[in-house]
Ligand binder design. Sequence first.
Ligand SMILES: NC(=O)c1ccc[n+]([C@@H]2O[C@H](COP(=O)([O-])OP(=O)(O)OC[C@H]3O[C@@H](n4cnc5c(N)ncnc54)[C@H](OP(=O)(O)O)[C@@H]3O)[C@@H](O)[C@H]2O)c1
Length: 350
Amino acid sequence: MIKTTETMKAAVIREFGGPDVIRYEDIEKPKVKAGHVLVKILAAGVNRLDHYVRGGGYIPEIETFRILGADGAGEIAELGEGVTELDVGQRVIIVAGFATERKDKDHRPTITSPSFAFPEVQINGTYTQYMEVPDYAVLKDETGLTVEEVATLPVVLGTSVHALKQVAGVKAGDKVLIHSGASGSGSMQIQVAKALGAKVATTVRSAEKGEYAKDVGADLVINMREEDFVEKIKEWTNGAGADVVIDNLGGDVLAKSIEAIRPFGIVVIYGFSAGAEATIDVRNVFFSEKKLLGSMASDVEDLQWGLEKVKEGLIKPLIDRTFPLSQANEAHKIIADNKVRGNIVLLPWA
Ligand SMILES: NC(=O)c1ccc[n+]([C@@H]2O[C@H](COP(=O)([O-])OP(=O)(O)OC[C@H]3O[C@@H](n4cnc5c(N)ncnc54)[C@H](OP(=O)(O)O)[C@@H]3O)[C@@H](O)[C@H]2O)c1
């Protein structure tokens, strides 16, 4: 008897370009290896990273196709040989970024693992019906949230906890400035900073996004189009400057973020929505011993800490809207137009 290859639907790119290079295709369903699990993806979150990967510049080339997506939630469809801690049908969250070799799984920070891989960057991602991952790269979903809500979390929650708690060491009472408070990352960082007991100021570029950021929990909202955020932060901190800035923007904004912190304060360089290149006056850093720190991806412990805060009701998932996976290109147009608030979710079985 001839055994036919099983297929599945996935949103893939075979070339770099605008949102319409995303193709909704039938591709081969992965087979589960020993020590791995096959996850039936019920919802896949969309991040700005996906837009960068699709546009080119993040991965050097695409050999055949690349499945986009770093955020995924679903249920276990199959267990590989030797997997005993998980059950078929169990709800799980895929960890955003993990070592692909079991021997490397405990390296911390995880990005230092010799076999570190981020879904869609080094390996195929979550915009698919099934994804095969090592058993230690999933967490049991005990949040009580809908699968769509859970799918918004791994990237923004894990990396926000990493940036604020691990890298910047934010503590109760700190005054923190977070850029783009209505964005996927910014809206989560506001919630994580509040869960750590900080006071939060945030920047936006429209009144409507300002309302959104206020509802998410920001204590002070600054419309960058109308107000100078450095002046507003100085007023807010009685002339001192913020303890920490989470800079999701880079570009021309970074130099001003440095001005907005107090002496010995910290700017965490987290993203580059406003540009990947920046010019700074070095004297503004060393004269007052300010610290510029990078924050990249997260460790599973960051995500676990964040999920505990979700269970305590201190952090909420923020769904912008959902699309069937076949319309992943429409989701990318919203990101490209800077129209997203919170996170968009794709549904592979809709
Ligand atoms: N370090 C990490 O581990 C990590 C993890 C996740 C994401 N990131 C990075 O963080 C950045 C933000 O990601 P995201 O998912 O939050 O993006 P997003 O949800 O797409 O939001 C980006 C927002 O940035 C604002 N913006 C865009 N261009 C701007 C400009 N020139 N000046 C001022 N504001 C501008 C827009 O909001 P307004 O209209 O309100 O200005 C836009 O909606 C990206 O560079 C991403 O790669 C890093």
